[in-house]
Structures are given as structure tokens and as C-alpha cells.
Design a protein. Structure first.
Lengths: 252, 170
């Protein structure tokens, strides 16, 4: 069995434990959100197999363009590949909320934020499995032992939480509705595109690996700070009798 | 909670912070071990191994002392301890405020993870807090003196504060 499967299993297990721990901390251990993680798991497989790959292969065939990402590819096709993932992945991540049982997660701002986080985390873990399968098909990688894939593990761990952040912005926008639904979705697409920009530029040999990673992680950090800011604002607004937030015991 | 004459020991609020620190330790450790296994001691990644393996080992060591976190009130002093790595002691008569707060996030590097915050941590609006807590931002008991702020998370917060105030008034 290719070693990547072992590392993928370990990565997904560790990510799942930390995802559940994070959600429990944010939602006071509300187990309903676990259903959203599960709902997010198959979405990467669906969007890649049924949307992105057929679309890119079809357009590539029509245009007579090589399908290997590289400097020889037409610029418009590179842009298409760059934007396909953000546009379609951010769209499919919200689909589970069409299920009646999950619509209640849009009733409150904190509910929507955490629902988006859960869906994105599930998507990210499913994506790790899907990518591991793809890597296992490659003769260059499928003979390597599992411990050679720590780079995969670290990258997937961080990107999974990134997916959670991006989806939380989309779902929050949908919760508010109207123009904010569109702006929430576009914000998620924009962040996703920025995260993918570095790897795309690296693939067409414009920037080195170190710069590509720097861009990705900087964008993720910005997304995390935006998420934290929204979380604090919602917590302040949602203070209840049982959870009064700040409490002064003593002051001289 | 145990007592030894006047000495009162309080446990921190339970959390899964040790899992985060363990994972953060395992990632560089496994990376280093993987590179060492593939390239050996004379390979091109020796410098990476020299950096990643000790970092990973340090995080794992820190995580292993998680159960030792405790707060002690003994006479006029309050101590916060985390294994052999951290011990803050203050005179309770110098306390000027005690409050529970939800703290924000600062991108400035510090030892804070969901469920565990240690050493000096920078928070927006309040500055540097000496943390010995099983939470990084939610429900932090902030104890402030003239010069320093401390962040704790006692499991039984009401009892802890009541005991602390008794010692402050003695």
C-alpha cells in the first residue's frame, strides 16, 4: 500500500481531533455541528470529479492547450485554472445548508460562523483524502514510505483550517442575506484565490517555493485575524445571563 | 483542592490544550526523523534536523507537564506553576484588580494555543500578560498588580477568588 495513505490517515485523524476540539470550544460542545463536518467530507471529491476536472479538460481540449500547468500554457487558461478552484469549491461548500436539517444553523450570527467553519473543516479533510489518492497514483511517489510525506501532512493540516475560515465568511454572508451573501461568497473566493496564487506562480516558474508558501500562509493568517475579529464582535453581542463575559471581582 | 495548613492548591480548568502542543511538537519531530531516516547524518538536511528535532522534542516535553499546572495560595503569596518551566509568585496585598475577561488575539508570537497559554502573551488593549492558563482567550481570570498582569483559569473560579480575597484581607 502506498505510504501516502498512512500519512493521510494520520493527518486526517489529527485534524479531526483538533477540529472537534475547536468546534467544541466555540459552540460549548454542541454536537450538531459534527453533522456539518461529515456533510463536508465528500464535497471535494464531487467538485473535482464532476466539475473542475471535466471543465478544465474540456476547455483545454477545445483550445488545443497542453493540460500540464507550466509556462507554455496560454495565460487565459492559467487564469481559468487559478480561479476554478476558488469559484467552484467555495460554491459547493454551502450546498449542504440547503438540507432542511442544516438550515437552522443560519438563524444566528455565531451559528452561521461556526457552521461555515465546520463545513470547511469537513471539506478540507475530504480534500486531504482525495489528494492522497491522486498522489498514490503517481509512480514517482507511490513507493515512498509514509514518513516522507510530512510536508503533505503539515500543508493539509493548515489548509484544512483555512477552508474552515473561508467557508465561515460565505455562510456568514448568507446568514445576513442580500448583497452581503454575494460579498461573503466573493470574499471567500478572493481569499482562496490569493492562497492558491503562490502555488500557481510557482508551477509556471515565476517564483520559488519559499515565496509561494509565504504568500499562502500570510493570507491564511489574515483570514484567521478577520475570523477572530468577527468572533469577538459576535460574542460581545451575544452575551447572556449565564455567560456574562467580563466580570469584575475586585478593584482597588 | 487540597490544603496543607494555610496552603491552598487549586487545579486549572480542564482543557485539551496538551493535544495541540503535542501535535505541534510531533510535526517538526516527525519531519526531522523522516529526513534523518532518508538522508542519514551526512545528508543535506542535517541543519534542518538540528533545528526541527529539538524544537519538536521541547514542545512534547512541555505538553507532558500539562497535568502539573496548579495555583497555590500560601499566606500572603499566590503562586502559579507549570512543571519546572514556569513559576510566577506575587504578594496578594499588591493585587489591585481581579476580573474575568474574554481576551482578543494578537499576531505577535507567543506560547498560546487553544486550551493552553504560558509565559508572556501579548493581548490587544491590555498588553503583556504573564499566562499560566488552560485557555488562550476565553474566560481568563486577570489578576493585576501595579507592574504586572497575570492570566489564570482556576477550575472553581468563585472559590479561588473567595480564598484569594480572604488572604488579601489578612
Amino acid at each position: 500500500m502506498p505510504g501516502i495513505y498512512g500519512m493521510a490517515a494520520l493527518t486526517i485523524l489529527v485534524t479531526a481531533v483538533l477540529s472537534i476540539s475547536t468546534l467544541n470550544s466555540l459552540t460549548h460542545s454542541d454536537h450538531r455541528y459534527y453533522g456539518l463536518i461529515i456533510a463536508g467530507l465528500p464535497l471535494s471529491l464531487i467538485v473535482n470529479r464532476l466539475v473542475k476536472v471535466p471543465l478544465i479538460n474540456g476547455i483545454g481540449s477545445l483550445a488545443g492547450s497542453p493540460l500540464q500547468l507550466g509556462p507554455q500554457m496560454p495565460v487565459w487558461f492559467i487564469i481559468l485554472i487559478w480561479l476554478a478552484a476558488p469559484i467552484f469549491e467555495e460554491a459547493i461548500k454551502v450546498v449542504p445548508l440547503a438540507i432542511p436539517a442544516f438550515r437552522k444553523f443560519q438563524h444566528g450570527d455565531m451559528d452561521a460562523l461556526c457552521a461555515g467553519l465546520a463545513l470547511g473543516l469537513g471539506f478540507g479533510m475530504g480534500e486531504a483524502a482525495y489528494l492522497a489518492y491522486g498522489i498514490a497514483q503517481s509512480p514517482a511517489y507511490n513507493q515512498l514510505p509514509w514518513y516522507m510525506f510530512t510536508g503533505f501532512a503539515i500543508e493539509r493540516f493548515i489548509v484544512t483550517f483555512g477552508h474552515g475560515l473561508m467557508t465561515s465568511f460565505t455562510i456568514l454572508g448568507f446568514h445576513f442575506g442580500g448583497k452581503r451573501a454575494v460579498s461573503g461568497y466573493l470574499a471567500a473566493v478572493g481569499l482562496h484565490a490569493l492562497i492558491n496564487l503562490g502555488p500557481i506562480l510557482m508551477a509556471i516558474k515565476i517564483i520559488p517555493v519559499s515565496l509561494a508558501s509565504l504568500g499562502t500562509y500570510t493570507t491564511l493568517l489574515i483570514a484567521f485575524m478577520i475570523f477572530q475579529k468577527k468572533l469577538r464582535a459576535f460574542r460581545k453581542n451575544n452575551k447572556s445571563k449565564n455567560d456574562p463575559g467580563e466580570k469584575v471581582y475586585f478593584e482597588r | 483542592m487540597a490544603s496543607d495548613q494555610e496552603k491552598m492548591i487549586f487545579q486549572p480548568r480542564p482543557s485539551t490544550g496538551w493535544i495541540w502542543v503535542t501535535i505541534i511538537g510531533l510535526l517538526p519531530l516527525l519531519t526531522g526523523i523522516g529526513l534523518l531516516a532518508s538522508s542519514g547524518f551526512s545528508g543535506p538536511f542535517m541543519l534542518t534536523n538540528v533545528i526541527t528535532i529539538p524544537i519538536g522534542a521541547c514542545f512534547l516535553l512541555l505538553a507532558s507537564f500539562f497535568p502539573t499546572m496548579r495555583y497555590e495560595i500560601d499566606g500572603a503569596s499566590l503562586s502559579m506553576a507549570y512543571g519546572p518551566f514556569l513559576r510566577y509568585t506575587l504578594d496578594v496585598r499588591q493585587i489591585k484588580s481581579i476580573r474575568r475577561s474574554d481576551l482578543g488575539f494578537s499576531p505577535i508570537s507567543s506560547f498560546r494555543f487553544p486550551g493552553l497559554a504560558l509565559f508572556n502573551v501579548h493581548y490587544p488593549e491590555i498588553g503583556i500578560v504573564k499566562m499560566c492558563a488552560t485557555a488562550a482567550s476565553n474566560g481568563i481570570l486577570l489578576i493585576e498588580t501595579d507592574s504586572t498582569k497575570y492570566g489564570l483559569t482556576p477550575e472553581n473560579e468563585e472559590n479561588f477568588v473567595a480564598e484569594l480575597r480572604k488572604h488579601m484581607e489578612q
